[in-house]
Design a protein around this ligand. Structure first.
Ligand code: PMP
Length: 381
């Protein structure tokens, strides 16, 4: 038997691709949070409202009545049909001609399956700076390269700039609006230009629509309206506060969905059964009161901070992406905030620039008031 004497410790077992990403900077802030006593926590990217009662009831009933085994790989037919019926209501008929769906283990599951099924080593994925942390990491895991188009200062991309970065290696583009971490709601003409650009160049458009319900300053516009081949990725984590339930989905061209189903068979197997039953109930739960309450919180925090901070135009999601004042860098500012018991996330986690910080206003009004007070104090120095 041949021994490879070079591999002597666990580090030597780790795949090279893992070197392409670090443990999430957000986790580091969460770890700090555990050490602080009663911190003002504006770092959490999940809703603070409870999972609506009909959804909980449906999941409990599913467990009690024995729905505890695997579902079919692609998910429960009633759930898939319900989601596709919605898509048919909002998308033009052309976008629905060749559109299949699979349920995934959270939106993350859909992203993992999509990127793994599509990317070869050396391919390029066009994304935007600031980005959602998973995009560059999952791209790197397939040996592909994440090309980040800078969107500062208004966090809306310039389509001409995007076009100039297209190469023969460009395989996919990931769009996420309303966006994490900026809260930016991109205008229709930008979404349309990018969607059509993808179609023209044969680039797969992946639209992460997990914050679609939280669109305050205008209606949500799916890029799939302008690109029938778009792969839409979404889930119940944010819209129904179901982050721990792990139910997401992807719908798009049948050939791609087939491949994702094939990979799901050998990875996640299926989305959790009882959670899928809960999600069927979620399709009929009206979340407009929760959305309205988040909009009020957005209005409150924007009003309170607008005088001292450059807060941009947070039209959706539940984030504000704020420039550190007085030309300070974002990570130093966040370190000082944490010293003052306020937890926020440094922009560096999502960007090549260390100029901003992310506030999540998915918190109680009392927490927001306390946070605003500390931030106002910090702007004075
Ligand atoms: N996409 C974006 C933009 C997100 O912010 C998140 C969660 N933070 C996800 C995907 C993953 O969501 P899920 O819990 O459904 O996996």
């Amino acid at each position: 038997m041949r021994h490879d004497w070079k591999r002597k410790n666990p580090q030597d077992w780790i795949a090279q691709a893992m070197g392409s990403f670090e443990s999430s900077g957000i986790r580091k802030v969460f770890d700090l949070a555990r050490k602080l006593k009663d911190p003002v926590n504006l770092s959490i990217g999940q809703p603070d409202f409870p999972v609506p009662e009909p959804i909980r009831r449906a999941a409990i009933q599913a467990i009690d009545s024995g729905h505890n085994s695997y579902t079919v790989t692609q998910g429960l037919p009633e759930l898939r049909e319900g989601i596709l019926a919605r898509a048919r209501e909002t998308l033009p008929p052309a976008a629905c001609e060749d559109r299949s769906i699979l349920m995934t283990s959270g939106t993350t599951g859909a992203l993992v399956l999509a990127l793994t099924c599509v990317l070869n080593p050396g391919d390029e994925v066009i994304g935007f700076d600031p980005w959602f942390v998973m995009y560059p990491n999952l791209t790197g895991l397939s040996g592909a390269k994440f090309i980040a188009v800078d969107t500062a200062p208004d966090f809306v991309p310039d389509p001409d700039r995007v076009r100039s970065l297209i190469t023969p290696k460009s395989k996919a583009m990931i769009i996420n609006t309303p966006a994490n971490p900026t809260g930016a709601l991109w205008p229709e003409e930008v979404i349309r230009a990018l969607a059509e650009m993808c179609l023209e160049h044969g680039i797969l458009l992946i639209s992460d629509e997990i914050y679609s319900i939280f669109s305050y300053d205008g209606p949500f516009i799916s890029p799939a309206r302008f690109n029938p081949q778009a792969l839409v990725i979404d889930g119940f984590s944010k819209s129904h506060a179901m982050t721990g339930w792990r139910v997401g989905y992807a719908h798009g061209p049948t050939r791609l969905i087939e491949e994702m189903i094939k990979l799901q068979q050998f990875t996640f197997v299926c989305a959790p059964s009882m959670a899928q039953h809960g999600a069927i109930a979620a399709l009929n739960v009206d979340m407009s009161a929760e959305v309205a309450s988040y909009r009020e919180r957005r209005d409150f925090i924007r009003r309170e901070l607008a005088h001292d901070y450059d807060i941009g135009r947070p039209g959706g999601a539940f984030y504000l992406y704020v420039r550190a004042p007085h030309g300070r860098n974002g990570s130093e500012f966040v370190a000082e905030a944490i010293n003052r018991n306020l937890l926020i996330i440094p922009g560096q986690v999502f960007s090549h620039h260390d100029t901003h910080f992310r506030i999540s206003y998915a918190a109680t009004m009392r927490t927001l008031e306390r946070g605003v007070e500390i931030l106002k104090e910090m702007a004075k120095v």
